[in-house]
Design a protein around this ligand. Sequence first.
Ligand code: PMP
Length: 418
Amino acid sequence: MLTGMAQNDALPGFCTWLDDSNDVTTEMMRLAGKAGMISLAGGLPAPELYPMKAIESATKRALVRWGSRALEYGPITGFPALREAIATRMSEEIGQRIGTDNVLLTAGSMQALDGIGKILIEPGETIIAQHPTYMGALDAWRPRTPHYQQFTWDFEDKGFLAAADRAKFIYTVPNYSNPTGVLVGQQDRRALLALVREKRIWLVEDDPYSCMQLDGNSGPSILALDAADRNEDIYSGPVIYLGTLSKSLAPGFRVGWVVGNPEVIRALTLAKQCTDMTGSMFSQAVALELIEQKVESQMIDGLLSTYRERRNALCAALSTHLGDWFEWEIPSGGMFVWLKAKRADLDTTRLYRVAIEHNVMFCPGSAFDHAGKMHTTMRLNFTRSAPDVLEEGVRRLARAVEDSLSKLASGSSRLAVQ
Ligand code: PMP
């Protein structure tokens, strides 16, 4: 309550980590809904592919089956029947037994990342992370004020190896990384596993895109590789695996899970207790129905062919309109194309502002760099929009590049980097 307070009384300031924060995600979500805006920014699935009919009947079934239990507070570890179903699903997926004690249900993988920050990162701690790094992980861990050591899959690199002696965990998104779309090969996955075993540290494997294999097969997860060597009834290894329904069903469920050593699950449960006490039993009960009906596997072919077409449309439009200024690789899965500018003065943080004036949005590369650099890179999403919209978005982006460069040449002050 501010009543009675003198107007010029300064209230206490906020924590210092906020000084290094950014509101890219908040702004992305807000502007994506603006009339006329084409957003290539978010990591959003195509809403027209959500299985609306199946969700409607799953909701009715869940309410009949569970009654008020679907609307109560529940165990912090999650709706018990869904927890068991995820343990079974993960056991099938990796070909090794995963017990219920190995599973924690979360509000999307984002909550799992937040929990990992709380249980593993002391202020100032070293984190070894694939670089560029998923910005949600950077956001989740920023309040812990960590130091980052990036790695580039060079297992001879002395800095990387020395940091592994100091760090508690390594963070990677091996399947079609966010933001780069890079697929980490099986040899590198094994090398990473060997390293964390040798150094006796954790490995956080964040895997929302395993369902998005557009060309070929990405092969076993690092969790699967480790579990196969262990052959245990209850997994007790160093991999902390994050899964989610956000990309295969719909992000609005906010249903994700962690698979890990029971000790990790216990620690994360304590961390979750002080975040949201319990997740949404309602959402988890509906998700259970959808999983039992195997709705994702019924959808997957349609989903992949739509996304393949969109990826191809985006890359074709890039070649036509942006090839003079940027280079990129065609990703074999996931949701994103990562662009690198051919010119050092093509600053994508500046371009971001100009592009919004042209009614197109993308995600500037600096959001994926712990140091806020990488100013000549950007991430484009291809799953959200139809091919003609992608083409128009890229056309607008090309006009924004021309505009940005000509304003730069004329020294316009409107382009100050914000
Ligand atoms: N990790 C990665 C690498 C992601 O790309 C995302 C979504 N953009 C998440 C975690 C969070 O996903 P959710 O919370 O919706 O499960």
